[in-house]
Ligand binder design. Sequence first.
Ligand code: HH2
Length: 282
Amino acid sequence: MLWHCRDREIDLGHRTLVMGVVNITPDSFSDGGRYAAPAPALAHARQLLDEGADLVDLGGESTRPGSHPVPADEQWRRIGPVVETLAREGRALISVDTSSASVAERALLAGAHVVNDVTALGDPAMAAVIAAAGAGLVLMHMRGRPADMQRDARYDDAPAEVATFLGDRLAAAASAGIARDRVALDPGIGFGKTVRHNLELLARLETLVALDRPVLVGASRKSFIGQILDLPVDQRLEGSLASAAVAVFLGARIVRAHDVAATVRAVRVAVALREARRPTRA
Ligand code: HH2
């Protein structure tokens, strides 16, 4: 399984990437304000790369439940200096967490490789920007929008409905000129879902793996873990690692995480277990 992101060809056949989260925001749900200025954000990105992150996900807009969109110019003011510096250094695979085509365009011009779009091409101008740059794309499922997404969290069969949605968005991306081999798919853990829906999506990840594109899972520190363990956001490491390990074992090829060093170790063991399920070659 190959994932093409501009000039990079990433073979995910026997690997799972760890995507380190860099929230350059005042209000993200788990680390809002810690890396809001360029210098701490850059230092944090470098630290995550040193800890073994395969790519960093730079975001200038929180999408926590109840949050509101941040104007494109403000998003770029937050993430631009970090994207530009990391791209100049040439070491990191750079993802930008934005659903704004104008932010994505500026980031790709500066040298980013992947657009992580939690609205799955909700901005009508986004597909053309990604197609023109040959960028990688993450299509994520969300029900509603962050401001109201927990109000309508109803599904008959969440994994099946999410798979249908992502299959449709994959087809829409292809008709807009974004080759399949550039796209990764994400069930959107915590985006318009109850605890039960999130658990079903993780436990039945094969429903998404069957779409034959890399599956990305972002369960790190999310509230379903807090609800199971009755723990606040700063005490969800073990729950995040357990969720990541199960997702990887069931086929996830990219894990989005805040705690990179620990996640890299958990993912390596889970990948070894996943590989052990394959029939051995004669
Ligand atoms: N989760 C968050 C943000 N972006 N992107 C993808 N593809 N998948 C996810 O699960 C995902 C995401 C929320 O986490 P975080 O960035 O830490 O919080 P906030 O949105 O409050 O900045």
